[in-house]
Design a binder for this molecule. Structure first.
Ligand SMILES: NC(=O)c1ccc[n+]([C@@H]2O[C@H](COP(=O)([O-])OP(=O)(O)OC[C@H]3O[C@@H](n4cnc5c(N)ncnc54)[C@H](OP(=O)(O)O)[C@@H]3O)[C@@H](O)[C@H]2O)c1
Length: 232
């Protein structure tokens, strides 16, 4: 069995009731968290979808999701700008979104290689405490490959953020959901598990994930990022 969620993170709000939002909602319910899911439409319209898609989770508003111990962003990156930043002031926000051009199309505002997309999310949600995680593994894989600690099949999930306590809490959540957390560093370092990196879409264990993160600066994408940063 995976460990219990950390005491500071027993209630989870999820914004986005699609593939990854509902997959993580199901894992979080199984892990014993009190889970509420919000989406674009109001809670009363979403209730049946959420009750069917994540039994045990409740249908809540975005405002209520933002008031939970942590709130996971599981909506398209390009839609985050439509969220009311005031609702998220002070909140621990787990950013699972990606500039995933194959799915969502290219969003030029997120093509700046000198900054991670989660830092840009943080600039919109100013006042929120942003931790990037649960973005680089597919929803189906998250659902199928959870395992208890020590199980050789346990996959790793990277975590990056600027607040040590917040990173610890999210790492504890990742562990409780059934994955080995691998801390990648500051929010800027979240760039090392964005789309286009070796770790994005990989199903490695913790040692493999760490090695992929470490190899980033020697990768073609890492060299392009380094060149862009050097030109600042
Ligand atoms: N799919 C994966 O395997 C996976 C894995 C890891 C991370 N991610 C990332 O997670 C995010 C969501 O991906 P997904 O595949 O789950 O997408 P999806 O299946 O299309 O679901 C997106 C959800 O976000 C909701 N939404 C859209 N705009 C919203 C808004 N303004 N306010 C509140 N909710 C809104 C949608 O509601 P409506 O249907 O009403 O528009 C829908 O419930 C993306 O950034 C993706 O890169 C995906």
């Amino acid at each position: 069995m995976s460990p219990a969620p950390p005491p500071s993170l027993r209630t989870l709000g999820i914004v986005g009731a699609g593939r990854v939002g509902l997959a993580i909602a199901r894992r979080a319910v199984a892990a014993g968290l009190d889970v509420g899911v919000a989406a674009r439409r109001p809670p009363e319209e979403m209730r049946a979808v959420i009750e069917a898609g994540a039994p045990g989770a409740s249908s809540i508003s975005v405002a209520d999701a933002a008031r939970r111990d942590a709130v996971l962003l599981a909506l398209p990156l390009g839609k985050i700008a439509s969220l009311d930043a005031a609702l998220f002031a002070g909140a621990l926000v787990i950013d699972a979104s990606n500039h995933w051009w194959e799915i969502d199309g290219r969003l030029p505002q997120f093509e700046d290689l000198t900054t991670s997309t989660s830092e840009q999310v943080g600039r919109h949600l100013a006042g929120a405490r942003i931790v990037k995680s649960l973005n680089h593994v597919g929803a189906y894989v998250l659902e199928e490959l959870h395992a208890p600690p020590g199980d050789p099949a346990r996959i790793a999930v990277a975590v990056a953020g600027d607040g040590a306590d917040d990173v610890d809490a999210v790492a504890g959540l990742v562990d409780a959901l059934g994955y080995d957390p691998v801390v990648a560093g500051s929010l800027a370092e979240g760039m090392r598990f964005e789309p286009g990196t070796e770790l994005f879409g990989a199903e490695g264990d913790a040692a493999e994930a760490r090695a992929m993160l470490d190899r980033f600066w020697d990768s073609q994408r890492g060299r392009v990022v380094a060149r862009a940063r050097a030109a600042l």
